[in-house]
Design a protein. Structure first.
Length: 611
């Protein structure tokens, strides 16, 4: 489908925004009036630049406080409108957004507003301008799209239609189903924004917290489904006011925006097969959700301490790569690659995550259609070329074919001493991977991982750490085979990678795993005694078990389905490991313990003089 974006979504000057929108692949833009007013270029120069860039100028916005005014003040509205129509002719734009009156309306009457819109339509017609009437969620009298449509219907003018904006409709909890009652040709424009579920005044929510589709909590595929079912054939256009996107790199944000629309189009197409038609929403290649983690990679100039930690956790050394300074450790299906290739001055860092997918070719194609930037890694004859992409946080995401037994790439690792370190079946795989995100690309990362890997957003929460409030968002598969936790790194960590990331292994017996690891010399993260006193107060646990957990640094949580035991290793560079055990149907991540863990790590770092 055709795509468009309001210039207000992006940072930079108007011309910078136009260049970025074109480079990101948008078909058109909405000109946000303050961007034009502040631009040194003339309207003709802006129109010529857009033309050169292959961008259509789809909408001029906003025209405020137009209807519901007294007859005396309406003369001034007409004067203002005529001058904007002349401007639009210079820009070559044929549709203007007229939003419902917020400030100057004094007449709460549909007929009255309709008559004024009809008059504006008469004025607009000679200029070839169409007026798209939008109900703002905080409009003085008109704050519901159904009323805006009623007024538009009463206006009964060929140049007057409606603009539907998902934020104004869904933020108010209005049912979008009635959109299908509006004839498609009267829906002059469609603006899309997602948003997090917040409880706050709707104006502040709208002006500061809108998100691109797929980054928030709105059901936009259902919303767009109704709009397309009504017969709308115009572009999908983004109108996202967001404090962060106004200051992030303009091209990167435009690319993120484009990815969000491509993802949404696919969601719409999947949901409403009956809408498939030429020019209608197109699906992305069909992929199943990843079936598991293939491997995680720790990159370091010297990964020796990580080797030690893995050995203590019961991993088996599987060998060195035949052409690169890379080592493989495995414990059952859990594989960790220690990569010292091109890693000068890298502290141990979680650098790559491999996912098992049923159809790597389709998954790669999907990632490509979502403009995931490919990663080039040199492979040699006879080696497995794994497709890889770079996530917004810098993590390299690999895709490999799921199958029985070990993946073929494991055979590239050779060793005389392979098998050193006796493996007990204590770990059963990788439970989740926890990634640190810079605050400015957090929403982009949520969209990237969920869209490229066909995962969904799960629970989200804020955890209090000594260095700041850590916002955390789970991205997961339906069956929990793959779980990622994305955490916003506090500013105290000048580089987000300084905020340690972790890999959580699954275990069938965490107490035994902890005891065995300790016998091999593992120092688990020291957990304060206060935690165990509190644990004994909160849960009815056998005193002996609490004492054993205290001794081994094991933490505990419970939900309505089951319970969870876990412990953490010390941090090496920017990486630590966790061993977890889910019992019953426990589906969380030990969230109540996260603050204790973050504080324990902070105290531990301070003792070591690291912070
Ligand atoms: Mg709008
Ligand atoms: Mg964890």
């Amino acid at each position: 489908m055709r795509t468009s974006i309001a210039t207000v979504c992006l940072s930079g000057t108007l011309t910078q925004k136009l260049h970025a929108c074109a480079e990101a692949g948008f078909d058109g833009v909405e000109i946000f009036e303050p961007d034009l007013v502040a631009a040194p270029e003339s309207p003709e120069e802006i129109a010529a630049l857009a033309h050169r860039l292959g961008l259509s100028l789809d909408l001029y916005q906003p025209f405020r406080d137009a209807e519901g005014v007294s007859d005396e003040s309406f003369a001034a509205v007409l004067h203002r409108a005529r001058s904007k129509f002349r401007l639009m002719r210079r820009l070559g734009i044929d549709t203007m957004l007229v939003c419902s009156n917020v400030a100057t309306a004094t007449v709460d009457d549909d007929e009255h507003s309709a008559a004024q819109l009809r008059r504006l339509g008469d004025e607009a017609a000679p200029y070839g301008v169409r007026l798209a009437f939008e109900a703002l969620a905080w409009g003085r009298y008109v704050d519901d799209y159904r009323r805006a449509w009623r007024i538009t219907e009463l206006a009964d003018h060929p140049n007057v239609g409606v603009c539907l904006d998902s934020f104004h409709i869904l933020s108010r909890g209005h049912d979008p189903a009635a959109i299908e009652d509006i004839p498609g040709e009267k829906i002059f424009f469609l603006q899309l924004a997602d948003a997090p579920a917040l409880t706050m005044d709707v104006l502040s929510w709208s002006r500061h917290h809108r998100l691109f589709p797929g980054e928030g909590a709105f059901d936009l595929s259902r919303f767009v489904g109704h709009v397309l079912a009504a017969g709308y054939r115009g572009p999908l256009s983004l109108e996202v006011f967001n404090d962060t996107f106004r200051q992030t790199d303009v091209l990167r944000t435009a690319q993120q925006a484009k990815r969000s629309l491509r993802w949404l189009e696919d969601q719409v197409a999947r949901r409403s097969g009956r809408l498939s038609r030429p020019g209608g929403p197109e699906r992305l290649p069909d992929v199943d959700q990843p079936t598991g983690f293939d491997f995680v990679e720790v990159k370091a100039e010297d990964a020796g301490e990580v080797d030690t930690l893995l050995r203590q956790l019961g991993f088996t050394f599987r060998g060195r790569h035949r052409s690169k300074p890379v080592r493989l450790w495995a414990h059952g299906p859990a594989r960790v690659v220690c990569n010292e290739n091109l890693a000068r001055e890298w502290p141990p860092t979680l650098a790559a995550v491999g996912f098992e997918v049923t159809d790597p070719k389709a998954a790669t194609q999907r990632a490509g259609e979502l403009e995931a930037p490919p990663v080039f890694r040199r492979t040699y004859a006879g080696e497995q070329p794994l497709p890889a992409f770079r996530a917004p946080d810098g993590t390299e995401v690999f895709l490999s074919g799921a199958g029985d037994g070990e993946p073929a790439w494991v055979a590239e690792f050779e060793s005389d001493d392979a098998g050193v370190g006796a493996e007990e079946p204590l770990l059963t795989g990788i439970d989740h991977v926890n990634l640190a995100e810079p605050w400015q690309s957090f929403d982009e990362a949520v969209l990237f991982y969920s869209s490229v890997l066909a995962l969904r957003s799960g629970s989200s929460q804020d955890v209090a750490a000594p260095t700041g409030l850590v916002r955390s968002q789970v991205i997961r598969g339906e069956n929990g085979a793959v779980r990622l936790a994305l955490n916003v790194a506090p500013l105290a960590y000048d580089h987000p990678r300084g905020f340690p990331q972790h890999v959580a292994f699954a275990s069938s017996d965490v107490m035994l795993a902890a005891r065995t690891a300790r016998a091999r010399g593992l120092r688990s993260l020291p957990i304060p005694g206060n935690y165990y006193d509190d644990l004994a107060a909160r849960f009815d646990l056998p005193a002996g078990l609490v004492e054993e957990m205290r001794e081994l640094g094991v933490l505990y949580d419970r939900d309505e389905n089951g319970d969870f035991l876990h412990f953490y290793t010390e941090t090496i560079g920017g990486v630590f490991f966790e061993v977890t055990q889910r019992r019953g149907g426990y589906d969380g991540y030990g969230a109540p313990n996260a603050a204790v863990r973050l504080a324990a790590q902070h105290v531990h770092d301070q003792r070591l003089g690291r912070r």
